[in-house]
Ligand binder design. Sequence first.
Ligand SMILES: *Cc1c(COP(=O)(O)O)cnc(C)c1O
Length: 388
Amino acid sequence: MSSEAKKSAPVPMLDVGRGNLPLKQEFLEAIERVIDSGRFLHGPEVTELEKTVAHLSQTSHAIGCASGSDALLLALMALDIEPGDEVIVPSFTFFATASAVSRLGAEPVFVDIDPMTYNMDPECLQASITARTKAIIPVHLFGQCAPMDRINRIAQAHQLPVIEDAAQAIGAAWDDRPAGSWGSVGCLSFYPTKNLGGMGDGGMLVCNDDAFASKLRLLASHGMQPRYYHKLVGINSRLDTMQAAVLAVKIKHLDSYTQARCAHAARYKELFQASQLHEIVELPRKQPKATHVWNQYGIRVPHGRRDALKAHLQQQGIGCEVYYPVPLHMQECFSDLGYSLGCLPNTESAAREILHLPVYPELTPAEQESVVEAIESFYMTGAYRRVA
Ligand SMILES: *Cc1c(COP(=O)(O)O)cnc(C)c1O
């Protein structure tokens, strides 16, 4: 079965068309309603979506904005983060988690991860708090929540606000409490690859404090209240009505998308175990308290073979990707912060070894078999040995 001659149909890393096609008529009708209404900004669809997201996040407020990156920036602005402040973030995350801090002239302080979950290690967090620390941003990476009970305990002991970067974790929970509802504020993204992906950029903030919610809303609209009277120097960051209309169609299916992702993760586990591959590559682990929504399914490839396996899979037409090859503390733009290789060992080895496989809801069982067979062929044929 694992002969190199056998080559099955290509498996894309992500195919947004499969999920969107069955909803196409509904999208067109929703977009038509927006066109006819002429309310391209601040339309009723935005308010409706905010209500739905607040409900699923179990928060009293949700505020639409232009992207997940802007959500992070707005959260930090609302906390009055300024030059001289430090904000603790993981290094193993998407760039926006840390760039929002830098944009305000503050300093991202990078901490290491728990190698089992890839999420912020609470002990590293504890050790990095200084008199200048003004906020903590845990990231719920790949769809699994960071240990929010422990992180909140540390934050409370130091009276520090927590901003949850839940861009990859809509619908996830820790100890049955939704992502975004643990911190002072939660940041969501509707970028097309996220679990609730729009047709362009979009984001949302969720929180429970009335005054803080008003401040976020004010900052997202030029700090303007009333019209042409500016209380604060804000930015222009809106979720537009068409995007909200599209997302309103998709959010009704979010539970079933999540269930499909979970089923795929369980099936990968079975397939890897049946082929004994789980003894070679390391499968992702879920914490007992986590409700994992599997935005990404990442395996760890030991012995320096990750890039060779990636090349082999691509050559076989199997989509795969590395999130993230360069940790943020090693990025050129952060070189003046003074980090060097070896500073965050768990982050660095994760960046060297992790490889993500397709896990989008519409993936078929046959495709998952093709993915695992292609990995098997790497190890069972000469491919594994031939590479350096
Ligand atoms: C996608 C993502 C963001 C940014 O969201 P955008 O909507 O693309 O701006 C921030 N943090 C994490 C962890 C992300 O995955």
